[in-house]
Ligand binder design. Structure first.
Ligand code: FAQ
Length: 313
């Protein structure tokens, strides 16, 4: 069969909402785009454990500590489902992890910001998980089967994460003057980086057009960002706090909130590795990988021993 015919069958399937599965024929660029996006997503979950892990030992109560440990553990699990989904496309986990550790692979810009106070745990839950969910609900319907199925469970957990973050901020927002100020300060610092999570403006997004045609993405970066702004602008009122944007204003004609210009220079600077914590994050991941070498070696030795026994039997 000619490549054009295969391409037509492939696109027809996508148009008919039939999932693409690992053994199906797919254009090489579709495979590559999925490996890129899924592995970046997996790396984000794994690096995303670091800013919150920083507060486990300093959580203000046993309840908050238990919740935070469970949340960080969930992120590790998400990373593992996603690496597995990417492996079905022919990329090995070792390769993907090597690319993360060398700094070649990208991960979400948001995790290169520091977590300075306890309120940051609430702000990450509310804003960062909130932004992640909007994007991930869309990905439950992505065209590549293993990615879509991984996202279903991830979304259930992320929605719990978001609610716990909001609840944690709600408690602070009703607390002492210092707690209220800490809550507002965390919102101020996490707001703009959360908007950047959705990626560059549609006009600057190099991958969006093709990814929309292949239904890898179902909504554009700007559409999702607007949805997020509309949601947060309402929810912040419940907290009795404000979002740090003087241009944020309901637009009756558009039926959406208008909002100010994102600092794209800052975004690209962080993406290129020069954010406040990029070097620290990569150093922490490299150290964890090196420190865990003996565990991987022991697991491999155990597996080899089991196989030897099985073959001898
Ligand atoms: N950071 O053409 P586009 C989470 C890159 S999970 C860094 O628009 P695309 C859970 C992009 O890769 C958060 N780089 O790209 C959690 C591309 O470069 P490339 C992660 C970014 O792929 C919560 C270039 O810019 N979620 O938070 C970013 O069509 C709390 C041009 O951009 C996902 O990964 C960025 N923010 O759209 C964990 C979801 N944005 O690769 C712990 C899956 C863009 O060509 C605690 N990913 N770039 O060299 C996606 O949906 C998409 O990849 C987008 C970007 C929407 C992120």
């Amino acid at each position: 069969m000619q490549v054009q015919d295969l391409e037509k069958i492939f696109q027809d399937k996508i148009d008919a909402e039939i999932k693409i599965e690992p053994k199906d024929w797919m254009p090489e660029a579709y495979r590559k785009t999925n490996i890129r996006q899924i592995s970046q997503h997996a790396h984000s979950e794994v690096v995303g454990m670091l800013p919150e892990g920083n507060w486990i030992s300093r959580a203000p109560s046993l309840k908050r500590k238990a919740i935070l440990i469970a949340k960080v553990q969930d992120e590790a699990g998400h990373g593992l489902y996603l690496y597995s989904a990417a492996e079905t496309l022919g990329s090995s986990r070792d390769e993907m992890i090597a690319d993360l550790l060398s700094g070649k692979a990208k991960y979400s810009s948001i995790f290169n910001y520091p977590t300075l106070t306890w309120a940051d745990m609430g702000a990450i839950g509310w804003l960062v998980d909130g932004a992640a969910i909007l994007n991930q609900v869309m990905l439950c319907r992505t065209s590549y089967g293993p990615y879509a199925r991984a996202m279903v469970r991830i979304c259930k957990e992320e929605s719990f994460h978001q609610r716990q973050g909001f609840e944690s901020l709600l408690v602070l927002s009703k607390g002492t003057t210092e707690q209220k100020a800490m809550c507002q300060d965390a919102i101020n610092r996490w707001w703009w980086p959360s908007l950047m999570m959705f990626g560059p403006k549609d006009s600057e997004s190099t991958n969006s057009d093709q990814s929309m045609k292949w239904k890898i993405k179902r909504k554009t970066n700007d559409e999702l960002r607007q949805q997020f702004v509309d949601m947060a602008a309402m929810q912040v009122k419940v907290l009795g706090m404000t979002l740090p944007d003087p241009d944020l204003k309901w637009n009756e004609e558009r039926k959406h909130y208008d909002f100010g210009e994102i600092n794209w220079e800052e975004f690209w600077n962080v993406v290129k590795g020069n954010g406040p914590c990029n070097k620290q994050r990569l150093a922490a991941r490299n150290k964890a990988h090196d420190d865990g070498a003996w565990v991987r070696e022991a697991a491999m030795a155990y597996q080899a021993k089991k196989e030897k026994k099985r073959n001898a039997a």
